[in-house]
Design a protein around this ligand. Sequence first.
Ligand code: OGA
Ligand code: MN
Length: 192
Amino acid sequence: MEAIAASLGDTGVCIVPNFLSVELIKSVRLDLKAIKKSGQFTSAGTGQGQGHQVRHLIRSDQVYWLEEILANLIQQQLWDQINALKQALNRGLYLGLRDFEGHYASYPKGGFYKKHIDSFQHDQKRMVSVIIYLNRNWQSKDGGQLRMYAADQHTDIAPLAGTLVCFLSHELVHEVLQSHKTRLSFSGWFKN
Ligand code: OGA
Ligand code: MN
């Protein structure tokens, strides 16, 4: 956790393969799939408050928002990781992070999320973005990479099960390239 804080402080980004155990990833993936099957996912929007809209030209994922007070035993293990990460980020970087808002996300075959940053124009509360991927046996032909832009270059990250990505929400321009299979993740934002 301390190394994640250090990397985020130095470069604004941190990528950690195998952040979660194979067993926990499997349980989380099953939890997500059960919730999805029960029809509780909804189309994701962009913007906030009155600016909130479901915009299928910008993003095509479906999400299920998680709340710690409602967490089942599997979700609580995710929250435990998030809370430990928050503590390390606050100790290492003095970010004053308080809340975390997070959701499961499912991109359908053909899904994408166009180039964007995660903090809203009129609300800069999102400080650190966090994503944990849940996709087993993902191949490069399956697409769905997270493309992160830096000046005139970019880096692509495969959404492989267990990989954690975090970055400063105000700074990093990124997008999700078209996915050729269903693409599952847990993602969210530390806020202050
Ligand atoms: C987001 C986002 C990236 C990803 O939800 O804001 O950029 O790789 N997700 O899922
Ligand atoms: Mn984003």
